[in-house]
Design a binder for this molecule. Structure first.
Ligand code: COA
Length: 302
């Protein structure tokens, strides 16, 4: 089997493969063609860096997308990898390794490869063997919305375009690799994208389905804060607005990365440990990783 690009028409098959691969994990995202199409047109820009192995149907995929980023005055070209999945009956035969090497070959002119994983998956051993190192270890915030009692906040709805063209995403933290996602994600109504403005801040959220396999197979509706715009002082109000809107839409949990949650007392880091791993491909990438090694939090990417 030779790695070949993933095309936009295959998203339903990719979702089916990823759901089969991730079924062994206790709680994981439920992948749907709708959800994957957000990334297909936004960060992955299919066909691009995402590769698949086929043998009478899809056997393994490594999704990946190139993103411009800045860090300590350096402009970086980052290829973010994931999700990676292999059919359960084809695992441990080198398929993921083959795909990840091929993704790397195609990213040769880029500075860094990054990926996000959980120690509980065990896949970090594979990534380490391929030269990735852990640059960040954190717990995202996963807050049950039922009893949160979020106080009222006046929020105005924004269009996606107005949000993504709005104020800079970066609040001046020198420790963050800031990925530059200037364009709007595609509007997929099934995922309930919401763009809200509160005073001088704004927040973007998307509703993801999550499968909880703890004691059964239950679909949880989870709202992820994907981006915040505006100054740091606006964070509290926009997070409140996001939580209230999520609750009103029937979401059970609010999920945010530490870059969003860290400033908010309600958003305690209670989720499973997440590892951000990276591999440098150029001297500039090496320099960025050397600096990043000195920080606790390096990457606020969605
Ligand atoms: C992780 C995964 C992509 C590896 O694919 P693969 O084709 O089996 O990987 P390879 O054969 O190239 O390498 C195997 C290595 O992966 C790692 N690995 C960790 N858990 C594994 C598992 N349950 N099954 C297979 N490999 C696993 C090990 O390091 C293993 O090496 P070892 O056999 O020497 O221990 C695959 O197991 C999978 O789809 N898992 C479910 C989805 C997932 O967890 N994806 C990664 C999330 S970031």
């Amino acid at each position: 089997m030779i790695p070949k690009p993933v095309g936009r028409r295959e998203l339903a098959d990719v979702a089916e493969l990823l759901n089969a691969a991730f079924a062994k994990h206790r709680e994981s995202m439920h992948f749907s063609a709708d959800m994957l199409s957000v990334f297909a047109g936004w960060t992955w820009r299919l066909p691009g860096h995402s590769l698949a192995l086929r043998d009478r149907g899809l056997q393994a995929v490594a999704m990946a997308g190139q993103r411009p980023a800045t860090f300590h005055g350096m402009s970086l070209s980052v290829v973010h990898v994931g999700p990676v999945g292999v059919r359960p009956d084809r695992q441990r035969r080198g398929l993921a390794s083959t795909l990840l090497r091929a993704v790397e070959d195609r990213a040769k002119r880029c500075d860094l490869l990054t990926l996000t994983t959980e120690p509980a998956y065990g896949a970090h051993r594979l990534y380490e063997r391929l030269g990735y190192q852990v640059v960040e270890r954190y717990r995202p915030s996963v807050v049950a919305l039922g009893a949160a009692g979020w106080p009222p906040v006046e929020a105005a709805r924004l269009s996606a375009g107005a949000f993504w063209k709005g104020a800079s995403a970066h609040d001046g933290r020198p420790s963050a690799i800031v990925e530059n996602t200037a364009s709007a994600p595609p509007h997929v109504p099934a995922l309930g994208p919401r763009y809200l403005r509160v005073a001088d801040g704004a927040v973007a959220t998307i509703d993801w389905p999550v499968v909880s396999r703890t004691g059964g197979t239950r679909h949880l509706k989870s709202t992820q804060v994907i981006a915040i715009r505006g100054p740091r002082r606006a964070r509290s109000a926009v997070v409140h607005a996001a939580a209230r809107a999520a609750r009103a839409a029937g979401s059970e949990v609010l999920y945010s990365l530490p870059s969003v949650a860290v400033e908010h007392p309600r958003l305690r880091p209670t989720g499973p440990v997440v590892l951000r791993m990276a591999k440098a491909l150029t001297p500039k990438g090496e320099r960025a990783l050397a600096v990043a090694a000195a920080w606790d939090e390096v990457c606020p990417a969605p």
